[in-house]
Design a protein around this ligand. Sequence first.
Ligand SMILES: O=C(O)CCC(=O)C(=O)O
Length: 318
Amino acid sequence: MYTMFDDVQTRLKTPFPALSPAQRLHFDMHGYVIIENVFSDTEADEMRDALIEVRERARRERDTGIPDPALNGAKVEWYSEAHERLLGLGRAHERILDFIFNPYLVGMAEEVIGGAARINETNGHINRKCDWGRTGWHRGADIQVATYTKRNLFHCNFVKTLVNLTDFGPDDGGTVCIPGTHKIDIPSQQLREIVEHHPEMIHQFVAPKGSVFLFAETLLHGTGVIKSDTERFLLINGFSTRMMPHWDDTQTLMDPDFLETLPEHLKLLVSGYAHWTRGQRYRNIADPAEVCEPALIPWRETQAMTYNPRCVDVDVDC
Ligand SMILES: O=C(O)CCC(=O)C(=O)O
């Protein structure tokens, strides 16, 4: 992790604010918002193919015992015959690097965090219908320590962008959540017991492939139960404030040799920054979304884009 003694000035250029007023309002009310068709069908298919390739390599590694260097540390956990979880995906495929450095996704996370983000995990799920499919309700951060309001808007220091790489209809197991629980400081177990008897409270990630489910990790959420014959592909990037740790099960994104290969404006996004200068930045609800034109093109083609935080209107009164 870089510290205050490192002279790192540049940041990835991200749209700010990334969300429209209506998207931001939806996020504040419910703790999540779905942004449809962020990625084209072709891009979603390419990312799904990348996950399939990683899974094949991991299966071969498991069956032969021969390590595959191309996985670059990615691991696969077999929850069951019907559910594989791909961990530490950040360097497992060039196409996934494009995903984790996508300025639009980083911009969404930074808006909710209220400052500069760092990537804390990159993983994926591939699963099918099975008899023992469970939602596994959980939240990844406590309301009292992970959330605050600024300019009357909700912020959370741990945020995720989930991208569906297959179409998610109501029977396809899209991520589920209990809207509003991102602000409700009642233990998850108690909320789960109530919700079990009131399925009408559940909202679900239903959207065409290539869409984004942006949510605060204080929201009670889980995996939807698959009832159709679809195979579900979900790609996940977790973001936190940059002074928080990277916590993937593998630490390959933090490999110093890898960090050296990154252009300056991506280093802090990956490495974090061990100092209380979190680059805070806040919007007002009425601010229109900024369109960051090249936001969706691969990071390899945007390396020249740099961003000097000193030029930004930063609110230091926090
Ligand atoms: O499998 C899912 O849809 C939920 C993923 C999830 O719970 C998470 O990334 O925190």
